[in-house]
Design a binder for this molecule. Structure first.
Ligand SMILES: O=P(O)(O)OC[C@H]1O[C@H](O)[C@H](O)[C@@H](O)[C@@H]1O
Length: 451
């Protein structure tokens, strides 16, 4: 049994075997571009070999820093956005469940995220929740200049200095950024912050297995050695294996066959609420990799059975441009029986000898039958358990499949030019020096009346 397997029974009436044969050579070519570093912007593909090429010295420094944070802080505030936030959040929920922050802090700090929004309410609420407790900050930004984390860093740095004075505050600031340049890099050197490197050849949405994710994950008490071992297992199993023996490539192949048949939206689903952020992380990975040249699969997400009571109607009877990918944990972290009840007023007596996990998995089976009968193709990604090793494998599985999908569709899987437009407008409207021209353009555009 592999840690992560793809089940395509839900594609039976949607994909013909010859269609897989037809796309096969193109998928292999796309994979070769990625693995041989011959594709566009190949220099950003260093994550492919990261599981056996990461820096062991920095890895140990991460573990040391995590221990320091565990010893001197009740709270760790992780400041970052996009790829500098979603991976860590995804991992903490996947590994520790939905109530990690409420389960006491004798072994690990509560871990909260900031700088992933411009909301003053959210930020003020977090400041209030921290109160006067001991805390540290891990500020993460590859560019070092992204507005949201930069604003949050100013606010939490001020709180650290107010509480501890400059010298002690500096010891509680951990920076993860570019090796050589950027505002954060320069400040870390000036102020002597403990800092870690986001490798040049790894972009934000592919960076969770770098210090970007590893420090928060280690600070939570999780085993990052096991995490990297699981990713290495995936690298060995997936990097060179041919299509028909490679579930990650098959996932890439099938989702692209479906896309070309008009199923232009993919919903990543799980029946476990603590996998909600796995889908949030995947949405950036897939959306920011593929959404270019006015094409690409639109990534969305749902948590079942919860969202069957909100989105179920649309998925069953709305536009037939949807595909579903369910991520299921084979061995859930815990399970519960259904208590016996003599009166049986709720009519659940027939469930009294089953467990919640059995009911959850049966619900998934029932939903896949209903949705495939309703015209929605379904794939199932089964992950062995909620262990660090399985998470490491799952991360590599999706990163590999999505990057191959990008090359398969002839786009650059590693840039994100589209995120600059709104930023230029925001800087202009905020009066950032150097954006006067843009501001004028916006005002002129604004003055043009609609006829
Ligand atoms: O890590 P940073 O440089 O702060 O970037 C954080 C995020 O913002 C950018 O605008 C991109 O959308 C993301 O790919 C990136 O992960």
């Amino acid at each position: 049994m592999k840690r992560v397997e793809l089940d395509t029974k839900g594609l039976k009436s949607f994909v013909q075997s010859n269609e897989l044969k037809e796309i096969a050579p193109m998928v292999q070519t796309a994979r070769d571009l990625l693995v041989h570093g011959t594709g566009v912007e190949a220099k950003m593909g260093d994550w492919v070999n990261l599981p056996d090429e990461y820096d062991p010295v920095e890895f140990d420094r991460i573990k040391d820093a995590a221990r320091d944070i565990q010893e001197n802080s009740d709270v760790l505030v992780v400041i970052g956005i996009g790829g500098s936030y979603l991976g860590a959040k995804m991992a903490l929920d996947f590994l520790h469940g939905s109530f990690f922050n409420l389960e006491g802090t004798d072994k690990h700090p509560q871990i909260f995220f900031a700088g992933n929004t411009i909301s003053p309410a959210y930020t003020a609420d977090l400041l209030r929740v921290i109160g006067d407790r001991d805390f540290s900050v891990n500020v993460i930004s590859k560019s070092g200049t992204t507005t949201e984390p930069a604003m949050a860093f100013r606010i939490f740095k001020e709180k650290l200095i107010e509480k501890y004075g400059q010298e002690e505050a500096n010891k509680r600031i951990y920076v993860t950024t570019d090796a050589k340049k950027g505002a954060l890099h320069d400040e870390a050197i000036d102020q002597g912050y403990t800092s870690f490197v986001i490798p040049d050849g790894i972009g934000g949405r592919y960076s969770v297995l770098t210090p970007v994710g590893l420090l928060p994950i280690a600070a939570s008490g999780a085993n990052i050695d096991d995490l990297m071992d699981g990713a290495h297992e995936a690298q060995v199993a997936l990097k060179d294996a041919p299509l028909y023996e490679n579930d990650s490539l098959l996932y890439a192949a099938y989702r692209n066959i479906l896309y070309r048949k008009g199923y232009t939206n993919e919903i990543l689903e799980s029946y476990e609420p603590h996998l909600r952020f796995l889908a949030e992380w995947w949405k950036q990975l897939a959306g920011e990799t593929e959404g270019k040249n006015y094409k690409g699969i639109y990534p969305s997400s749902a948590i079942f059975s919860t969202d069957l009571h909100s989105l179920g109607q649309y998925i069953q009877e709305g536009m037939r441009n949807l595909m579903e990918t369910v991520v299921e944990i084979k061995q859930p972290a815990s399970n519960l029986g259904i208590p016996a009840n003599e009166e049986n007023l709720d009519g659940l007596k027939y469930l009294e000898n089953t467990t919640m996990d059995e009911v959850n998995k049966t619900a998934r089976e029932a939903v896949v039958i209903a949705h495939t009968n309703g015209g929605v193709p379904n794939m199932l990604v089964t992950a062995e358990d909620n262990s660090e090793a399985t998470l490491g494998y799952l991360i590599y599985f999706f990163e590999f499949a999505i990057a191959v999908s990008g090359y398969l569709n002839g786009i650059n899987p590693f840039n994100q030019p589209g995120v600059e437009d709104y930023k230029q407008n925001m800087f202009a409207l905020l009066g950032k020096p150097g954006y006067e021209e843009r501001r004028k353009e916006i005002q002129e555009q604004d003055n043009e009346k609609f006829h």
